[in-house]
Design a binder for this molecule. Structure first.
Ligand code: FMN
Length: 414
């Protein structure tokens, strides 16, 4: 900000590099999300500031990663050595004094994503009033400082860190300045921990909400489980249609839509289950499986088909796929369709999970394609791949133990 006009107030926002900022959030958040969240929280604060303040705005930081956001909000970026909030505030004050930018300063931490512009305005009005020798202090619930307004600022030494609100009160006394204690709803909490974030998630600004919804989205992915303990009633028809629509947003080769779904009525299940059972029995007998084991397997399979509140069959068709004379490419092409089927079913399972249904994949139709096709009177081009059973979660059902992913043997870098 290099013009000669002197403003009432320069607003300072102190923010550490995304690597160092909010280190207490690191236990619950991946580095990606922590970075994203720090920037989003800063952006929400800058939006609120710019709604009520068109004067000097200083972002003080040790990192160059805020240049773009600084430019967007017309802020000076002032670099400090990243030693701490107190030193950062001193560096910003020096910049404001050297450039004669304003009579007063308002220092804010970058982690106030719920800050409302009308609360900011309250502080700015105090600082631009006729009063002088004043310190406007907003203390957080934990005794920290969420806003510090000082006029004039030349003799005042900002403190910050633990119990900084009391230190600022002492500093005001030492300088014979009047302390104005602010009680601003949107300045009560600064975000240090995941719990802080959860407490304020409904009142944060839009950018922080978006960052939080990205975190929630990934949590949905990793929390999905094959949930086999399911109860009726069946899903509403519209629900099934929506799930299938979401399945059909999966990627597919050559812009095809090779998936077909059948919602299987309970009246058609007995025939289907028994015919599939006969086919499976034949296969198991060929394997030399004992009668006892065969009987148990068939009963279990029949029960799953009969009791699934909603039973969807997923099929594939070859429409739009390339044809090749050689087997290798023909098989690869079919492989593409099957990959796409997996993607479609994962979409469906995720959507079912996010709607709090229990759902799981049953691969038996792939082993009895003709039987399934005939039992359900399907078009000969439809190639049955899998069932998905969906229903309401049985409260006491616990999915199989699934250890957290360990990428050690699953990801290599070349
Ligand atoms: C291609 C495929 C076939 C599957 N077939 C069956 C099945 O026939 N019966 C079943 O209960 N689960 C089946 N599953 C579910 C897996 O057992 C389950 O995804 C895996 O154990 C991991 O558990 P999770 O889904 O809870 O993460 C299948 C999953 C896939 C991807």
């Amino acid at each position: 900000m290099s013009n000669s006009k002197k403003y009432d107030t320069a607003v300072v926002v102190a923010v550490q590099s995304t690597n160092n900022a909010k280190s207490r959030l690191s236990s619950g958040l991946s580095p990606f999300h922590r970075r994203n969240l720090v920037i989003a929280m800063l952006e929400d604060l800058l939006i609120a500031i710019r709604e009520v303040h068109d004067g000097p705005l200083v972002i003080v930081t040790e990192s160059s990663e805020y240049s773009e956001i600084g430019t967007r909000f017309g802020a000076d970026i002032v670099f400090d050595d990243g030693k701490g909030f107190k030193e950062a505030a001193e560096t910003a004050i020096l910049h404001i004094a050297n450039n004669n930018l304003s009579n007063s300063i308002l220092i804010l931490p970058g982690d106030l994503p719920q800050a409302q512009s009308f609360d900011l305005n309250t502080i700015l009005e105090i600082l631009s009033s006729a009063q002088s020798d004043i310190v406007a202090l907003s203390a957080s619930e934990d005794g920290g400082t969420t806003a510090l307004g000082v006029k004039p600022y030349s003799m005042f030494s900002p403190q910050f860190g633990p119990d900084s609100a009391n230190k600022h009160r002492d500093e005001a006394k030492r300088n014979a300045m009047k302390i104005i204690e602010l009680s601003l709803e949107s300045f009560k909490i600064d975000v240090d921990t995941i719990d802080d974030l959860i407490r304020i998630e409904n009142t944060v600004g839009r950018q922080t909400k978006k960052a939080l919804s990205k975190i929630a989205f990934e949590k949905t992915i990793s929390a999905r489980r094959s949930f086999r303990g399911i109860l009726g009633p069946p899903l509403e028809k519209s629900d099934v249609e929506e799930l299938v629509s979401l399945a059909m947003t999966a990627p597919a080769p050559h812009h095809t839509t090779p998936w077909r779904f059948v919602a299987i009525d309970s009246n058609n299940r007995l025939d289907l289950a028994e015919n599939m059972g006969l086919k499976w029995k034949e296969d198991l007998q060929k394997d030399g499986t004992t009668t006892d084991i065969i009987q148990k397997a068939l009963e279990n399979s029949k029960q799953r088909i009969m009791t699934a509140p909603t039973l969807l069959l997923g099929c594939l068709v070859k429409d739009g796929l390339n044809t090749y004379a050689d087997t290798a490419r023909a098989e690869a092409e079919w492989g593409l369709a099957q990959h796409s089927f997996g993607a479609a079913l994962e979409n469906l399972l995720l959507a079912a999970h996010s709607r709090n249904y229990g759902a799981y994949w049953i691969s038996a139709p792939l082993y009895a394609q003709e039987t399934v096709r005939n039992s359900l009177n399907l078009d000969p081009d439809w190639q049955p791949q899998a069932f998905v059973a969906i229903g309401h979660k049985t409260p006491d059902y616990k999915p199989f133990n699934r250890p957290p992913p360990d990428i050690t043997n699953n990801l290599i870098w070349r």
